[in-house]
Design a protein around this ligand. Structure first.
Ligand code: SF4
Length: 333
């Protein structure tokens, strides 16, 4: 369990906490982004401002015209589609290495899904939902990387998934700067429980790559490993997979702890299963055992401390109490 973490490099739509650049000169507040700022480095951009629309400006919307999606400013009837596409492609082709993206949800420019697509510029119906122009191109270019909007970041499970992804990818980016087989062996070994929680089959495939049975070059091994790593991290682990890993970890201590302590831990796992506590509560108990019993192998596992404690999310107290009452049968549904 490391006390030193990599510094994830994130992209964020600039209007989320960074600048008053929205169409109405407003800014979006986000406690989650503020917390990330204390431990991550950010690249930000406001595509609408950068293509020359200025602040404040008349708002834009997506409009379906002749079966194509256009980025239109209803107040002026100007169509900014081509300008935005050209700007976005140029910008993204020169991007530095980024570990994850936070985009403004519902924006006709930055949104990456669920953006209202209107049937006309004025007083028109919403015909469908789509990606914004910049967000759509970003998904096409970096779709295998973690991408969220500020709404999804408020979901505790998505938040935990996103920060686990960015720290795991950032650690890989760091070893990529010195591509040796030993660095990759160490990385794979340290992340074994983490990868197991995401996808055991892909984790085994990655293990085979590291063993280099096919005698690939170091460049090929790193390139293939990265593809598998991003794929492994792309889907949120099911809670049952985390529970399997927690029981696997419990196996390391079952001869060392008393039956009451073991029972207590099993009850905490059940509380996690029912959504009363986040995963981090169970991880904290194991971290305590790792230190107490000096369990070297588990000590090296990032799973038990995947990111700095400042990012640990606790669900609102009221929601935890409600779930706890249900679990204990105090409150009848
Ligand atoms: S959503 Fe994107 S384009 Fe719109 S204000 Fe925010 S950063 Fe700028």
């Amino acid at each position: 369990m490391s006390n030193s973490f990599p510094t994830p490099q994130l992209f964020c739509s600039r209007c989320i906490t960074f600048d008053y650049c929205r169409w109405n000169a407003g800014i979006i507040s986000s406690e989650k982004v503020d917390r990330l700022k204390s431990v991550c480095e950010f690249v930000t951009n406001c595509p609408e401002k950068e293509i020359g629309l200025g602040v404040p400006r008349d708002s834009l919307r997506l409009v379906e015209i002749d079966k194509t999606i256009r980025l239109v400013q209803p107040a002026t009837e100007n169509d900014y589609t081509e300008k935005m596409i050209e700007y976005s492609k140029n910008l993204l082709s020169e991007f530095p290495e980024i570990d994850g993206f936070i985009l403004k949800g519902k924006s006709p420019s930055c949104g990456y899904d669920g953006v209202k697509l209107y049937s006309g510029s004025h007083k028109a119906d919403v015909r469908d939902k789509s990606a914004g122009v910049f967000g759509g191109i970003l998904i096409d270019t970096f779709g295998e990387y973690p991408i969220v909007d500020e709404y999804r970041l408020e979901n505790p499970a998505i938040w935990e998934h996103f920060i686990t992804q960015i720290y795991t990818i950032a650690a890989f980016r760091e070893i990529k700067s010195d591509k040796t087989i030993q660095n990759l062996i160490d990385y794979h070994s340290r992340h074994k429980f983490q990868l197991m929680a995401y996808d055991q089959n892909l984790m085994r495939l990655m293990g085979r790559l590291v063993a280099n049975q096919d005698k690939q070059s170091i460049e090929e091994i790193y390139a293939d490993y990265e593809i598998l790593l991003l794929k492994t991290l792309s889907n949120m682990p099911r809670y049952t997979q985390n529970i399997n890993v927690l029981y696997h970890a419990l196996g390391y201590f079952k001869e060392k702890i008393g039956s009451e302590e073991k029972q207590f831990f099993i009850e905490e796992i059940e509380a996690f299963r029912h959504g009363v506590f986040p995963l981090s509560v169970c991880l904290h108990i194991i971290r305590n055992w790792i230190i107490r019993f000096e369990e070297e192998y588990l000590h090296s596992q990032t799973y038990f401390r995947p990111y700095p404690d400042i990012l640990v999310n606790l669900q609102p107290f009221s929601s935890r109490i409600e779930k706890l009452e249900r679990l204990q049968g105090i409150k009848k549904n």
